[in-house]
Design a protein around this ligand. Sequence first.
Ligand SMILES: O=C(CO)COP(=O)(O)O
Length: 250
Amino acid sequence: MRKKIIAGNWKMNKTPSEAKALVAEIKEKVAGATCDVVVCPTAICIPGVVEELKGSNVAVGAQNVHFKESGAYTGELAGNMLKEAGVTYVIIGHSERRQYFGETDETVNLRTKAALEAGLLPIVCVGESLTEREQGITDDTVRRQTKIAFLGISAEDAKKIVIAYEPVWAIGTGKTATAEQADEVCGIIRETIAGLYGKETAEAIRIQYGGSMNAKNAAELLAKPNIDGGLIGGASLKAEDFSVIVEAAK
Ligand SMILES: O=C(CO)COP(=O)(O)O
């Protein structure tokens, strides 16, 4: 049985003091959680959030990591820096990074390998655009993204990776994939992993759904056999809503 994982992707929201206040509320509300709980604030909020969460069951994730250990990469952060700051997980290849910051399947692969190298647990995002869904190439898209993200990664390391299936058309739009649609694509991703590594790895790996998941629809999505958690945007910025989703991930 895979342990469910609920992660909040705060995107570019909350100042350092606001972030501390939010996690102070969240940690109280999710203290009894039976799933893994992660919050992913902006990089500048990480130290304060890590401090506030000391001794709690909530882990901290970053929203990106560079693929080199150091060097002339202005504005970037390396895995060992995040690790030393107390980060456990890192989101890689979010569709907003692919869309606005030139992230490609290849850089997603490089970042995933760098994260593992630094001892971080990657949350690798895949998902089709509206055009791709309408053209009937959702399967091809997530298969390609998954296969390239995992290039050169051992089966042992692959099991540490969380995959987030986030259909681009469902992000921040209020349009959720139906539980059936989400489960179907998560199943295709699992099948892809089975093709790469075999059934045992495919059964071990956790696949989240993300895209307008909220306190109302979480239970139905999380009840599906291939959905092992959620990557939550908007609803993760409200302690109450986030804790209801965590509660639904029993
Ligand atoms: O992109 C997402 C999480 O990474 C989903 O965002 P929303 O939950 O706001 O749709």
